[in-house]
Design a protein around this ligand. Structure first.
Ligand SMILES: *Cc1c(COP(=O)(O)O)cnc(C)c1O
Length: 363
């Protein structure tokens, strides 16, 4: 058996130790003679699994007691709709900060529910930066402000948390591709959401962290399954939750705690990103990343080759060198290395060594 260094943007690599535990427990979880995915969610065993996952996530992110943690389905994409369906609270408009493909999709869905005001729009500069606080045009009548704090496709990450005009306007953040990669202050947000398959676990699970006062305001006619209150009141078990994905996320949280928690993984992530961007910037233009330096993502690193005729050779040879899934998103082209928490520094070093050697051969 040999595993590659997997740079997939999502579903993405999981820690090898987690996969080993899951494999060991697959046929017989804790002596029960069955796997965790073969038992009812209404058992003390599974209730323990979900309670541990929640407690570990709360500890990792220091989530205050007045926030609920919900384990949902439907991906971050369903949150694009659940957010306006639940948070408009009678208001007619919401502010959206448009910085890339994912915030664009969030805007498109929100427009079905309300008047969307763009507090910023970086599309004119091909989504290559995060607008600064002074550039944000926030409106006093907004029900909330939505931001995608790490644009997975463009590789743009907010280096700061936007300040709201007033305390009653909550900040809502799509953190799908960088949650748990850096320290955050949950109290600065009204709602945080993340699809699991980037930095948490397998696909099928979406995590929502929402402040209590924002729960219970769903618009009329919205299905019960899309009401945060229904999920909060039922401990994320209004219907059958994605039990295996929750179990896997729980194993990832335990792994993260064993790495020293979010502060420690953030330092590792800074070192990984620094090494990769230095190789790109030091390549005399052979490789290029066009995101403003302060806003470059630590998790998703897109780069192009000056000679795009070499793209297919690069992909073929990198794969042969054990470096998988480096093909960039079609909107940006070139390459993208997603270097989430489970990617060790050694994986980034192997990529950088390959890039240097490839450039030397083809310069
Ligand atoms: C992947 C991603 C999404 C979409 O997630 P799904 O689980 O496919 O719905 C939304 N936002 C961001 C930032 C993402 O990276």
């Amino acid at each position: 058996m040999s595993r590659v260094h997997n740079f997939s943007a999502g579903p993405a690599a999981l820690p090898e130790a987690v996969l080993r535990t899951a494999a060991e427990e697959m046929l017989d979880w804790h002596g029960r003679g069955m796997s965790i995915m073969e038992m009812s969610h209404r058992t003390p065993d599974f209730e323990g699994v979900i309670a541990d996952a929640e407690a570990d996530l709360r500890a990792l992110l220091s989530i205050p007691a007045n926030y609920k943690v919900l384990f949902l389905q439907g991906g971050a994409t369903l949150q694009f709709g659940m957010i306006p369906a639940n948070l408009l609270r009678g208001k007619a408009s919401a502010d959206y900060i448009l910085t890339g493909s994912w915030s664009e999709k969030a805007v498109a869905e929100a427009r079905r529910f309300c008047n969307v005001k763009l507090a910023a729009d970086t599309s004119v500069s091909s989504f290559t930066y995060a607008p600064e606080q002074s550039e944000l045009q926030l409106s006093s009548d907004a029900a909330y402000v939505h931001v995608c704090t790490n644009e997975t496709i463009m590789g743009v990450e907010f280096p700061y948390v936007p300040e709201m005009l007033s305390a009653d306007i909550p900040l809502v953040a799509d953190m799908s591709s960088h949650i748990l990669s850096r320290e955050i202050d949950v109290r600065k947000y009204g709602l945080i959401y993340a699809g699991a398959q980037k930095n948490i676990g397998p696909v099928g699970l979406t995590i929502v962290i929402v402040r209590d006062d924002l729960i219970g305001h769903v618009a009329p006619g919205v299905p019960l399954m899309l009401d945060y209150k229904v999920h909060a009141d039922n401990g994320s078990m209004y219907n059958t939750p994605p039990t295996y994905a929750i179990y896997m996320a729980g194993l990832v949280f335990k792994w993260l705690k064993a790495q020293g928690g979010v502060a420690a993984i953030e330092q590792a992530n800074i070192a990984k990103a620094k090494h990769l961007y230095a190789a790109i910037d030091g390549s005399n233009g052979f490789y290029r990343n066009s995101v403003r330096i302060a806003d470059r993502s630590r998790m998703n690193v897109p780069f192009t080759l000056a000679n795009d005729k070499l793209d297919s050779v690069f992909l073929k040879e990198s794969l042969a060198a054990g470096l998988a899934n480096l093909k960039g998103h079609k909107l940006v082209g070139g390459m993208r290395a997603s270097i989430y928490n489970p990617m060790p520094l050694a994986g980034v070093e192997a990529l950088v060594d390959f890039m240097r050697e490839f450039a030397a051969r083809h310069a």
